[in-house]
Design a protein around this ligand. Structure first.
Ligand SMILES: Cc1cc2nc3c(=O)[nH]c(=O)nc-3n(C[C@H](O)[C@H](O)[C@H](O)COP(=O)(O)OP(=O)(O)OC[C@H]3O[C@@H](n4cnc5c(N)ncnc54)[C@H](O)[C@@H]3O)c2cc1C
Length: 411
């Protein structure tokens, strides 16, 4: 059975203009962008999964995009501004870098961005998605994806089918849509595990995010509203297993010690997350009527808060290409549109992946010259204002990719 859905036959190539597979933050954003621009869209959001205890540091340009999509207004109160970012060399090595402090005010911004619990962000996106008439929300999994010359056909849990001219694959790192399109991935893993926790603390964070660079990886405290912060604690797998097994009071004491007590006394909120660090990149961000967004396209280590910010730029870019194509009566899954998408996203994804990889390897490496280069880079950033300001501007609004939504322009 094919589901009777709105927009049926509008393009002559399928029941919908677009189908988005995956109801994580990248998929929700793509669906809101497309359907908000009147493209008849289905979001196959999947069966409910356990809640995500992570937080996301959203860069200012991502916040602008979410504001333009009428999402940000719904969760702004649950987000904390990031006004200052500090990097502290805690490696104890011979060649140590000075502390580097980046202040948003130095480049005329109130904040670099905002940190928010993923569950609040996703709830705000889901609320916005439910309002859009051109968006059909489907709480089922895609169990089969088949691609023909003029449509993508997706079979759901209940045996019904969704047909569309374009599939936006937002179905995470294992992406069944990516496999159906025949796109391979390349990548590598690191001898590192990230533990994620949410902390309550006795001293204020003053809207400062602090990244301690330790030999086994960064230990990053990111502000949340009030006397709360999120922690991404990257360490080697043995240490992660030991630390992860500690009872709450012992773990809180260990965190306080590794944080040099800058936030005072620490208490842990209940959930703990564990993530293996890896890079996994699709060899192409699209093919055969399928465009990849978010972790279906790229997984990178949680260093420098890049992952979802990249994913939101993917979603904004596919929206920017498909909305005018739909208005002009063109096929949104046509080869030339997909090729343009792949081209527009290449430099941004490649440069961010390489930068995060280099930073991480420079921490892990025992190779003195590499440690020296890292120390020199951080010293230059600390002492040379124009370079520091250029780095901050690039971090907030990447010159290689500023989709229209990131500039506050509706699609
Ligand atoms: C420790 C950690 C900290 C991070 N911190 C930051 C940060 O501060 N800033 C930042 O920008 N990024 C950060 N990231 C990266 C960010 O979390 C990810 O980029 C983001 O969660 C990926 O979102 P997504 O929507 O692409 O994928 P996911 O959240 O994985 O969503 C994929 C969705 O697809 C669904 N799905 C899968 N298969 C199917 C199917 N067959 N049918 C239907 N649905 C399906 C799944 O259920 C899921 O809901 C961090 C990552 C980690 C590990």
């Amino acid at each position: 059975m094919t589901r009777p859905l709105p927009g049926s036959g509008a393009l002559g190539t399928g029941t919908f203009g677009a189908v988005v597979v995956g109801g994580g933050p990248a998929g929700l954003t793509a669906a809101i962008a497309l359907a908000g621009a009147q493209v008849p869209t289905a979001l196959i959001a999947g069966r409910p999964r356990p809640a995500d205890n992570r937080t996301t540091a959203l860069l200012a340009s991502s916040v602008t995009a979410l504001d333009t999509l009428a999402v940000w207004q719904r969760c702004r109160a649950q987000a904390a501004p990031l006004r200052v970012m500090r990097i502290i060399d805690d490696t104890g090595r011979l060649l140590r870098a000075p502390e580097v402090r980046f202040e948003a005010a130095e480049i005329g911004l109130e904040a670099f961005g905002y940190n928010i619990d993923n569950r609040h962000l996703i709830a705000a996106m889901a609320e916005r998605a439910r309002e859009i008439a051109a968006l059909e929300l489907i709480a089922q999994d895609a169990v089969d994806i088949s691609i023909s010359a003029d449509a993508v056909s997706i079979t759901l849990d209940d045996g019904s089918r969704v047909v569309a001219a374009l599939a936006v694959a937002a179905d995470g790192s294992r992406s069944p849509c990516r496999k159906a399109a025949g796109i391979e991935t390349e990548g590598w893993s690191y001898p590192q595990t990230a533990l994620t926790l949410t902390l309550r603390h006795s001293r204020p964070h003053h809207d400062i995010s602090t990244e301690f660079h330790r030999p086994s990886g960064p230990f990053t405290l990111v502000p949340l509203p009030g006397l709360r912060s999120s922690l991404v604690f990257v360490t080697d797998p043995d240490d992660a297993a030991r630390v992860g097994a500690l009872p709450d009071d012992e773990l809180a004491a260990e965190i306080e010690q590794r944080a040099h007590s800058i936030l005072g006394k620490i208490e842990l909120e209940p959930e703990r997350g564990v993530f293996l660090l890896k890079v996994e990149r699709a060899r192409s961000l699209g093919a055969r009527r399928v465009a990849l967004v978010g972790e279906a396209a790229h997984v990178i280590p949680p260093i420098g808060a890049q992952g979802l910010n990249l994913g939101l730029r993917d979603a904004a870019t596919i929206g920017e290409l498909v909305a005018p194509a739909h208005r002009a009566g063109h096929d949104p899954g046509a080869d030339d549109l997909i090729s343009r998408y792949v081209e527009m996203r290449r430099a941004d994804v490649t440069s961010r992946t390489l930068a995060v990889d280099l930073l991480n390897r420079s921490l892990l490496s025992d190779f003195l010259p590499l440690q020296g280069v890292r120390g020199l880079g951080l010293t230059l950033l600390q002492q040379f204002g124009p370079l520091r300001r250029a780095a901050m501007r690039e971090g907030v609004a990447p010159s290689s990719a500023q989709p229209r939504l990131m500039r506050g322009e509706a699609l």
